[in-house]
Every structure is written in structure tokens, then in C-alpha cells.
Design a protein around this ligand. Structure first.
Ligand SMILES: [Zn+2]
Length: 819
């Protein structure tokens, strides 16, 4: 018997997918899943029955199955299992109509490669989830695992008696099996791609309400139910609003009554399974969430929901149009946040919190066109990045500005109507939008989707000078210039110029005299902008006086871009953002600005300057903490920057009621060399969070101590006891302390040792999450050189390559800024 987890599954190529897609039509999947072996053991069993047609009888192909194959029959004929290799079962001599039956078993259920079985540390209860994008369905059962072979799926799931099973729809029936188990029968799904079906199970806590014609379900593990109960009203409200908003705007209501959201442990993000979204349960925050955290949850909720249309209803033909899914879902989430929820500053939050990561990747060597070249699925995994999501979202925002929202929405309605339950390419969408707008978008499409890199727009007198990446021509830009006059302490908007740039120089007519021309006001386009000299001075000194949070975010992110490119010192950037924060009261940007200031002070400052920079930030945070509306995020920032006993006294008083803050304070003290094991033990006792041990690990990781670093390292890389996603990011932030200088260097090399033989196949959300979270935020030139060397090695995993290239580019910029 082969260890099913060791199946060395081959990555499907675009050519193979095209061939197989032309040869086959899948009529349906009937999949029996047996989860009973996971109650105490590791094995998931499945019997997959696939009915499919072949356009060329007599031809052969293969079905994907990256598990142990126990038996396989095609049209009643036993298949020769000795031919099974690399996660594929050859299917010779196909008939016009075929029935394939494959019995498989998967024992790799502990690594998160498509399936994760977890044991809750507090009550030992077992939970199981599946998540298959891009091609991990084949790890659970045999299927044609490519996005354009869609078919209805019908699941029959046998599970232990105490478990609840969730799948893409409501179960038709739940019956006792007689041996202590139960069998859950689910109806046919609509025609779905293999990567958006799902089976989750465990003794879940369930909340269900009928809202707006839908049955909305929320699930989590028992140990987190108090947090789900706390947040349920908000989650259900946003879900109801989102379904109503998208249904109306897209011209197609979500067609199924049931819409479930399942919060699961050990997941790196969230996944848009049809009618049954799975989420990392880290978003059930263990202390009352801040405005920024609630806005983020609403945004993720709406992103996954938008996928019901972009991705599930209409799916990209192949992974090179992944952005059709991801950029659209991201754009639609912000659009819906602004128009249908209380998070009306969504575009300002997007700019200040996310968009900068898009610029960051786009200026580095791992950038790629939004529509990428994706020769195989392994490359597709590397493209789940800030180009696909963030730059893609920004470019769609630019497209909406270019054609107008009304035409854009009309185009979307036509697109969904014409392609429902089918697959599409970029052209299908752009022609629908172009038709609605009465414009030919072909040249615009090539310019924006087929070229990597960011344009620079610079204001010189009354002209905008536009340059493309690497000296190429710039793209066309539709943008606003905000015209601001000083009036006492305030900057008042005296007007707005709307400009469409063409070619390298665009004259802006009729621009009145002003103190500040804010280039790309309203943030309509994706470009690095450089104001004229006078405007820049006003921007750096007085950004906080701009009347609108989005304008302030434009100003601050312009300054950030200049820091990253070596045109501004860390001190100048910090002065600008701290000045804004001194008067900032818009909840949509306070937290991103605090985070930016902390990053600048802690990482972008020379080590000798870090204490002073942090003290400046701490003073601003302490002041902001007096405003009840911003108290929580301000205290968290203070906990990351405090040095004075006054600040610690303030924090410790606030932390008596707030475990999250208490952990942060202990980690900060530990980073400064004061580790108190008894305090950590006492807090572990008090904190009901089942993952409190990870918080304690943050405290350990922060210590400037070799053996403490080793303990954290072992937990992450050897024991794998730190869940990916926010918990691991938290540990990583405590672990990598640039001010701990020499102590950190050997660990940067150990990261590279680990990276050089890592494979992300099957485990995008686990290994990929570790790769990114643990990339060092400090290092030396030799580290950079070695990392770049590994990135260029032949055969290196594409996700590893991209992470190393972007990481080293950013770190090189940081090291330059540190001086
Ligand atoms: Zn998505």
C-alpha cells in the first residue's frame, strides 16, 4: 500500500487541459465520501462515480486521483492499477458514453493539502474541512480536475453520529447508519467546477436565520461559539445586504435558498465554495474586534459572495484568467462595502491598507501581467498574489472610471446572462463591457492587462508627464486632480480637473492657481504619482488638513511610494503620517495609517533610530487612545511601540479587561528583554481562547534570546503547531525583530535552508502561508544574494520563486532606507 499522502501528483498543463476539455463532457459526479475513519484516524475514503461523454470514441485520456486508488472500473471493466502514476489513472478506449467508478483513500489529512483534520487543543474535538482551489479535489476523490469541465455534483457523506456535515446545499436527508454513524444525502449542485465543491464536518455550533428569502447558516467549532454568537448579527446583516445588492446589480439573484459560512481552524484564508463559504476561524477575534477588523471581515465576506457570480456561476476557462475571478471579487467587495454597508470609506481603506502591496509587488522582479502566462497549475498557485487581487482590483476601478459605472454594470449583466454556468476568457468580459459602453476596449485591454509594471505620472507646471515601466510608453489614464487652496489651518477643495492622459505629455487646461494639486485624487487610477515641487511640500506638511479621508490616503500613499523608491527618508515619511494621525478621526483609515507608521518606525528606520521613531509613534497613539472610538487600535499600536513606564502603566490598566491587549503587552516587554514566565502562565490560565498557546508563543518569539527563538522556530517548522493565517503572521511579527540585529541573522539563513527544499504543491494555504508569513524582515546583503540565487534555480517551485523575488526586492529597499 502506498502512503496516499506521498502521491507525487503531476501538475496539469494548459495543453493537457485543452485536449481533455475538447474530448470530454462531464454529465455528473455522484460522490460517496466516508468520513468515519477521521473520527479517530486519518483516512478519508471516497467512491467517485463519473458519467461522461467522449467526442471521439476509442480515444484515451486520464482522470486525476492523487490518493491511494483501491479500485477503478471504466464501463464495468477493471482498470489496471499498475498504470496509475503521478496522481493520474489512464482511461483507455473510451466509449461515447462512459461511467467511471473509482474507490480511493487519502491518509494525508493532517497537512492541509486539500483536506485538513484538526483536533481542538482545548476540548479535543475533531473537525474536518476541504478546500480545493486550484486542483486539490483530486486529493479527496477521482475527478477531471480542471475549471472548464463543469458538472453537477451529488454528495452522500457518511460521518460519525455527533458530527454535522455541510456541503454546497442543504441536505435532502440525514439517516442513521445503524453502526453509530449517520449518512447525509445532498441534492445535485448546479454545474460546478471541481474546485468549488466542498464537504466539511465536525460537532459544529450552528446558527441559522431566514433573511431576505435565504436560509443563512453560520458554523464554528464549539470552543469558539461565544465569539460567533457575538458577531452573528453583523455577519448575517452583511450577508443579507450583500446577497440583495449583488443579486440586483448583477441582474441575477443568488439562485439557491441556502447560503452557509463555515468558520474552520487551520485555514489560511477563505474559499468561495458554492453556497458554503469556508473561512479561517481566526476572524472570530478573541477580543472585541476593532472597526478595521470588522471592515476586513465584511470585505472578505463580500469577496467570497461575489465569487458566487464571478467564479462559480461564470468561471475562467483556464488559470491564466484567474484575475477574472479574483480581481472582480475584490473590486465587487469594495464596491458593495461602500454602497451597501456601513463601511462607506471602503475605497480609502483599500488604498491605505491593500493597494500599496500591489505597487510593492509590481515594482519588483516577480511582477507579471494581470493576465498571466500560466502553462500549468503550479504556476497558477504562484499567481494568487497582489497583482491578481490588488492591482487587478485597481485596474477594474480605473475601467469603471473610464467607461462609467452604469455602462460597466450593464456590461456585467449581459456577461452573466450570456455565460451563466459556463466558462469565459478575458475577451468575453471586455466585449460585454465595451458593447454596453459603446467603446472599443481592445487596445485599453492590452495596455492594462498584458503588461507588467507601474506607470509614473508627474505634474510639471500645467502638464502631466507620463512614463511607462522600463522606459516604455505609459498607458492611458483617466484621473482626477484635486485643486486645494489654503484657508487658515484647512486645505479646501477649490475644484477638480478630470483628465484623460494620452502619450508622454498631457496639458491640463483651465487649471486654477492653487496651493496643492493632488494628483490622482479619488484614487481612480493605478500609477505612481509625483506632485510638482510646491504641491509636494504642502502635501508632506499638511496632508492631515485635506477634507476627505480618501484624499488623505492619496497623500500618505504618495509619500510612502517615495520612501520605498528612495526619494524620501523614513523620518520624513513618519513626520507626514504622524501629522495626519494627530487629527485623523475617520475609522476607515486610522488603522491602516497606524500600521504604516509602525512599519516605518520599526522596520524602515535604522536600528539606532528605532527607539526614537517608536517613541514618536507611541506619543501619537497614546493621545488617540483617549478618543473612545479609536481607543482599541490606538492601544494595540501603543503596545507595539511603548518604551516608557507611563505608557506601560496605561496599557496594563486597559489590559486587565482585554486578553488580546494583555498578550501584546507581554510580547512588547519580552522584546525589550523583560520576560515574565509567571505572567505568561497566569494569562494562559485566564484566557478562554483555545489558541492562547499561540499567543504565549508570540511572547517567547519576541525575546532577544537564542533558545527562545529556537523554541518558536520548532513550533512553526517542526511541530507545525502554529495555524497559518493571522496566528502565524502574529508569531512572525514577534519573531523577526530588526533591532535584534546579529541575533536574527542566522535565522534568516535557516529560512533559506527550509525554502530550498519546500514544495507548495497541494497546500497553497498552508506551505504558501508559511513561506510568506515567515519571510525575514531583516537580513544582510549575503542573505539577499543567496535568496535570489535560490529563486533562479531551475525547477524551483513558482510560488517559492515569486515569494523570494518580491521579498528580497522589498528587503533591499528597506536596507537602503535604514542607511
Ligand atoms: Zn477570491
Amino acid at each position: 500500500m502506498t502512503e496516499a499522502g506521498n502521491v507525487d501528483a503531476k501538475s496539469l498543463t494548459r495543453e493537457e487541459a485543452e485536449e481533455r476539455g475538447a474530448l470530454l463532457d462531464v454529465d455528473r459526479y455522484d460522490i460517496a465520501v466516508d468520513l468515519r475513519g477521521l473520527f479517530e484516524g486519518e483516512v478519508l475514503e471516497s467512491v467517485s462515480r463519473i458519467a461522461f461523454r467522449c467526442t471521439t470514441p476509442g480515444a484515451s485520456t486520464f482522470v486525476d486521483c492523487a490518493a491511494e486508488v483501491r479500485s477503478a472500473t471504466l464501463n464495468g471493466r477493471e482498470l489496471d492499477l499498475s498504470t496509475v502514476a503521478e496522481g493520474r489513472i489512464p482511461l483507455p478506449d473510451l466509449a461515447a458514453d462512459n461511467v467511471l467508478l473509482v474507490h480511493a483513500a487519502q491518509s494525508d489529512t493532517g497537512s492541509g493539502a486539500g483536506i485538513l483534520r484538526t483536533v481542538d487543543p482545548s476540548d479535543k474535538l475533531v473537525y474536518v474541512w476541504t478546500s480545493f482551489e486550484p486542483d486539490d479535489a483530486r486529493r479527496a476523490w477521482a475527478c477531471f480536475d480542471q475549471p472548464d469541465l463543469k458538472a453537477p455534483h451529488a454528495f452522500t457523506v457518511s460521518a460519525p453520529e455527533s458530527w454535522t456535515v455541510t456541503s454546497n446545499g442543504a441536505p435532502d436527508s440525514v439517516e442513521d447508519l445503524g453502526d453509530g454513524g449517520r449518512v447525509w444525502r445532498f441534492p445535485d449542485t448546479p454545474r460546478l467546477s471541481t474546485y468549488v465543491v466542498v464537504v466539511n464536518a465536525g460537532p459544529f455550533h450552528e446558527i441559522r436565520e431566514q433573511r431576505g428569502g435565504h436560509s443563512l447558516g453560520l458554523y464554528c467549532r464549539q470552543s469558539l461559539k461565544q465569539y460567533l454568537e457575538r458577531d452573528a448579527a453583523d455577519l448575517l446583516d452583511t450577508t443579507e445586504r450583500g446577497l440583495a445588492f449583488f443579486g440586483e446589480r448583477f441582474g441575477q439573484p443568488f439562485p439557491q435558498e441556502r447560503y452557509d459560512q463555515v468558520f474552520v481552524p487551520g485555514m489560511g484564508g477563505a474559499m468561495e465554495n458554492w453556497g458554503c463559504v469556508t473561512w479561517t476561524d481566526s476572524v472570530l477575534f478573541r477580543s472585541a474586534p476593532t472597526h478595521g477588523q470588522k471592515a476586513l471581515v465584511a470585505s472578505v465576506l463580500l469577496h467570497e459572495m461575489a465569487h458566487m457570480w464571478f467564479g462559480d456561476l461564470v468561471t475562467m476557462q483556464w488559470w491564466d484568467d484567474l484575475w477574472l475571478n479574483e480581481a472582480f471579487a475584490s473590486w465587487a467587495a469594495t464596491w458593495a462595502s461602500v454602497n451597501a454597508t456601513q463601511y462607506t470609506d471602503g475605497w480609502a481603506t483599500f488604498l491605505a491598507a491593500s493597494k500599496l502591496t500591489g505597487y510593492q509587488v509590481d515594482m519588483g522582479p516577480a511582477s507579471h501581467p494581470i493576465r498571466g502566462d500560466v502553462p500549468n497549475v503550479a504556476q497558477a498557485m504562484a499567481n494568487f498574489d497582489a497583482i491578481t487581487y490588488v492591482k487587478g482590483e485597481s485596474v477594474l476601478k480605473q475601467l469603471v472610471a473610464y467607461v462609467g459605472e452604469e455602462a460597466f454594470v450593464e456590461g456585467l449583466r449581459a456577461y452573466f446572462r450570456d455565460h451563466a454556468w459556463g466558462n469565459t476568457r478575458l475577451h468575453d468580459l471586455m466585449s460585454a463591457v465595451g458593447t454596453a459602453a459603446g467603446r472599443d476596449l481592445s487596445s485599453w485591454t492590452t495596455q492594462w492587462f498584458d503588461r507588467a509594471g507601474t506607470d509614473t505620472l508627474a505634474m510639471r507646471g500645467r502638464e502631466i508627464l507620463a512614463t511607462g515601466p522600463g522606459g516604455q510608453d505609459a498607458r492611458p489614464h483617466h484621473l482626477e486632480i484635486g485643486v486645494y487652496q489654503r484657508n487658515g489651518e484647512a486645505l479646501e477643495r477649490a475644484g477638480t480637473a478630470y483628465v484623460e492622459t494620452t502619450g508622454p505629455r498631457t496639458v491640463v487646461d483651465g487649471l486654477p492657481e492653487a496651493d496643492l494639486y493632488l494628483l490622482n485624487d479619488s484614487d481612480l487610477t493605478f500609477a505612481a504619482v509625483r506632485p510638482d515641487e510646491r504641491s509636494l511640500r504642502v502635501l508632506l506638511e499638511s496632508a492631515g488638513q485635506l477634507p476627505d479621508p480618501l484624499s488623505r490616503a492619496v497623500a500618505v500613499s504618495t509619500a510612502w511610494d517615495m520612501l520605498v523608491k528612495g526619494e524620501l527618508s523614513t523620518d520624513e515619511l513618519l513626520t507626514c503620517v504622524l501629522d495626519v494621525l494627530a487629527s485623523e478621526r475617520s475609522a476607515g483609515v486610522v488603522e491602516p495609517f497606524l500600521a504604516m507608521a509602525l512599519r516605518a518606525a520599526d522596520q524602515w528606520s535604522a536600528p539606532v533610530a528605532v527607539p526614537t521613531a517608536l517613541a514618536r509613534l507611541a506619543a501619537v497613539a497614546a493621545e488617540l487612545a483617549e478618543d473612545p472610538e479609536h481607543r482599541a487600535p490606538a492601544l494595540r499600536t501603543l503596545a507595539a511601540s511603548a518604551t516608557s513606564e507611563d505608557h506601560f502603566a496605561l496599557l496594563e490598566k486597559a489590559a486587565t479587561e482585554d486578553h488580546d491587549l494583555a498578550w501584546r503587552v507581554l510580547a512588547r516587554r519580552a522584546a525589550l528583554g523583560t520576560y515574565d514566565a509567571a505572567e505568561v502562565e497566569a494569562l494562559l490560565e485566564r484566557d478562554p481562547d483555545p489558541e492562547a498557546a499561540v499567543r504565549a508563543l508570540c511572547v517567547t518569539a519576541a525575546r532577544p534570546d537564542e533558545s527562545a527563538k529556537a523554541e518558536a522556530w520548532e513550533a512553526i517548522f517542526e511541530k507545525r503547531s502554529v495555524p497559518v493565517g493571522p496566528p502565524m503572521v502574529g508569531v512572525a511579527q514577534c519573531f523577526w525583530r530588526p533591532v535584534q540585529g546579529e541575533l536574527m541573522l542566522p535565522w534568516t539563513y535557516r529560512y533559506l535552508d527550509w525554502v530550498s527544499d519546500v514544495q507548495t504543491r497541494g497546500g497553497m494555504m498552508t506551505v504558501g502561508g508559511t513561506l510568506r508569513a515567515m519571510f525575514p524582515t531583516t537580513g544582510d546583503q549575503e542573505f539577499l544574494a543567496r535568496a535570489r540565487q535560490i529563486a533562479t534555480d531551475e525547477g524551483v517551485d513558482p510560488t517559492v520563486r515569486a515569494t523570494l523575488l518580491t521579498g528580497t526586492d522589498t528587503l533591499a529597499r528597506v536596507l537602503r532606507a535604514r542607511g
